[in-house]
Design a protein around this ligand. Structure first.
Ligand code: HPA
Length: 285
């Protein structure tokens, strides 16, 4: 049916086309199938990439810029090992004032460029009491408590009429690759449900206790906008969290962004090895 094949109308076509054209003009013969979004704790992965081209987010039309410390905001095309990849290093957040739809925009650009698979990474607070700071978690599912949805347009009349299915958001094959990569990298990998809040405040202990009862294992302020947009574009998705702190009321004391960043730095080489192994296995899958 023609309607089924129509491009989603959620993003203004001209903006999307301009961003895609710019990046495509620098791709050369490289045709990456995998893109990786680097969140807090995963920025060291940039150092693994042999870059062929890179763009400041500010130079790509309509790309949301990020102002959070530790997020550089660069789109990099290159290789990790022998695998062509496209990296989004740094992300815009809902708590910065962007709409969910704006945060999803870079993912639409990836889809237009031919990306098929997306590995989304983030820092998260551990709700599950078995989790330790420095553990990684592969996402089995998520709970969206951000209070908004990236598929809802900012203006009436721009919805594409699709009720996106989210019954299997995180891809089983990619999830299995993450598990194999963790074994090869000798890092401790948990699996669990990621719950997304809007931020920018951290949670109260009562909220965390409630989220635990809802079935959440970790909490964060990102990922869901990109992941839901990716599913809308037909991409397969894997999600990976670094547990940077015990969530509020779970053992630790006050939660600070500094603590989150420090755990990220301590786990940098583990995150690098894990992602490098994922790329190696992705290539030979
Ligand atoms: N809560 C929300 N987001 C986070 C946390 C947290 O405890 N840690 C890292 N990102």
């Amino acid at each position: 049916m023609a309607a089924k094949n129509r491009k989603p109308k959620l993003q203004p076509g001209a903006d999307l086309d301009a961003a895609v054209e710019l990046v495509r003009s620098r791709l050369g013969r490289s045709r990456p199938a995998l893109a990786i979004i680097l969140g807090s704790g995963f920025h060291g992965v940039s150092a693994l990439v042999r870059a062929k081209a890179s763009f400041d987010y500010g130079d790509v039309p309509s790309f949301p810029r990020t102002g959070v410390k530790g997020h550089s905001g660069r789109l990099v095309v290159g290789t990790i090992g022998d695998l062509p990849v496209l990296l989004l290093s740094g992300r815009a957040h809902y708590y910065e004032g962007y709409s969910m739809r704006e945060i999803g925009f870079p993912v639409r650009v990836l889809a237009e460029l031919g990306i098929r698979d997306l590995l989304v990474t983030n820092a998260a607070g551990g709700i599950n009491r078995r989790f330790k700071v420095g553990d990684f978690m592969t996402l089995t599912d998520h709970i969206n408590l951000m209070g908004a949805n990236p598929l809802r347009p900012d203006r009436a009349g721009e919805w594409d009429g699709r009720f996106q299915d989210l019954s299997a958001v995180y891809d089983a094959e990619l999830g299995a690759l993450v598990k194999r990569a963790a074994r090869a990298a000798r890092v401790r990998l948990r699996s669990g449900v990621y719950l997304a809040v809007s931020g920018p405040s951290y949670e109260t202990p009562a909220e965390i206790a409630a989220f635990g009862r809802l079935g959440a294992d970790a909490v964060g302020m990102s990922t869901v906008p990109e992941v839901v947009t990716a599913r809308h574009c037909g991409l397969r998705v894997a999600g990976l969290s670094l547990i940077t702190n015990p969530a509020a009321g779970i053992g630790g004391g006050e939660i600070t962004h500094t603590e989150v960043m420090e755990t990220g730095q301590l786990a940098e080489s583990a995150a690098q090895t894990l992602v490098a192994e994922f790329c190696r296995l992705y290539l030979t899958r």
